[in-house]
Design a protein around this ligand. Structure first.
Ligand code: 5CU
Length: 386
């Protein structure tokens, strides 16, 4: 079914895309200069250079390097959709998206040497800020943190991004400072973000260990398993670890927007709760007593979910878990382009998500309008100029 997402928005009800990435030109250059993943590499006979970023793609890259005559190219083509601002605006216009909150795509600066990370983050964030300045009111951004840098550099980066006019938060992977998001050393950073009203957009990259996909995956299954299952499980595990470590209680002002509708959290929150309540170790440690906030509470009090789940069933679970007032439409552009189709036209991956909103919340309802943009405008202060 064709969905005109423009009919959901209106002059008073903006359509906002909160999950939309870019690799600005300086980041593309950085990836082009590398010999191991993440990297961008040209292959003989291929029209566009290839972006190879996922851990699960390392094996295909090795195979390709060993026998360059293979027809199976690793990664994905780097089209103009990845780094051109003009292209981003065209994509927004095509899909009647009024406002986009752009963010660097994975794997951000996770691989950058500690001594370079601070300056790299500064220039990338400045580049994002400059792009937003070219389309005032239409573009905002989630900044990138230099997570491998020393703590003082990292905290200074929070201050820097806070000062950038169109910055509304930061995009964060699940590795944190290298030991995950339940690492006590990350708490001061999360506190600084919360104190500066910077929303954390949590996004996966690492998936699950490649072995779980089995010996046939690389040759036969493309990127389906790591993207469809590895990404959501990674997010689920990261947030469950934060919950068990008490991070949400330690940083009560922290606001997290979870990619892909929270992975599998809306579906598994009940099971997590049951496992917590029935765990002898947690009970003996006094962690299950009065005053404990349940996973459900955290989902309704500190968590927002994007609506990038491509189905009514998944979206309904997200609505049930966090509430329609905590869900926000997204596209995941420039990923999931129409293969073999017109990349300048309408993208099916976008209309699937808009259709899911329509079906889960009702055509033309206040709930649908809130998810398509109203919630993002409110939560991320998109009508404010600074
Ligand atoms: O297709 C992909 O690899 C990806 C990715 O890497 N990151 C993302 O956000 N979406 C799709």
């Amino acid at each position: 079914m064709d969905v005109d997402i423009g009919t959901i928005g209106s002059p008073t009800h903006s359509v906002v895309d909160i999950h939309t990435h870019m690799y600005p030109p300086a980041y593309v250059q950085l990836l082009e200069s590398r010999n191991s993943i993440p990297l961008i590499r040209k292959f003989a006979g291929a029209k566009e250079p290839r972006l190879i970023i996922l851990p699960a793609e390392a094996e295909s890259l090795d195979k390709m390097t060993g026998s360059p005559e293979t027809s199976h190219l690793p990664g994905r083509p780097v089209t103009t959709h990845y780094s051109s601002l003009k292209q981003k605006l065209h994509f927004m216009d095509t899909h009647k998206i009024d406002i986009s909150v752009i963010s660097l795509a994975n794997p951000w600066l996770d691989f950058v040497a500690p001594e370079d990370a601070g300056e790299t983050a500064k220039s990338i964030n400045q580049e994002f800020s400059n792009m937003c300045a070219e389309a005032p009111g239409r573009l905002f951004f989630f900044a990138t943190l230099p997570l491998t840098a020393p703590p003082e550099t990292l905290l200074a980066a929070v201050g820097h991004v806070r000062s950038l006019k169109s910055c509304r938060g930061v995009i964060l992977g699940t590795s944190g400072l290298g030991r995950g998001l339940d690492d006590p050393a990350l708490v001061p950073v999360l506190r600084a973000l919360a104190a500066n009203r910077l929303t954390v957009f949590l996004h996966p990259h690492y998936g699950l260990p490649s072995e779980v996909w089995g010996p046939r995956a690389t040759e036969e299954y493309g990127h389906v398993l790591p993207l469809a299952l590895g990404f959501p499980m990674e997010t689920t595990i990261a947030v469950a670890r934060m919950y068990l470590a008490g991070v949400f209680d330690q940083v009560p002002d922290l606001r997290m927007l979870l990619a892909h509708s929270g992975g599998t959290l809306p579906f598994l929150a009940g099971r997590i709760e049951s496992c917590v309540v029935h765990d002898g170790h947690l009970v003996r440690e006094g962690k299950v007593g009065a005053g404990r906030r349940t996973v459900w509470q955290v989902l309704r009090e500190q968590v927002y979910l994007d609506a990038v789940v491509y189905s009514e069933v998944g979206l309904k679970a997200a609505v049930d878990a966090s509430g329609a007032d905590r869900l926000m439409f997204g596209t995941d552009h420039p990923f999931f382009p129409p293969l073999g189709g017109d990349e300048q036209g309408e993208w099916e991956s976008v209309t699937w998500n808009a259709e899911a909103v329509r079906k889960a919340l009702g055509d033309g309802t206040d709930g649908a309008r809130a998810v398509m943009g109203g919630n993002a405008v409110e939560v991320l202060r998109l009508r404010e100029d600074s």
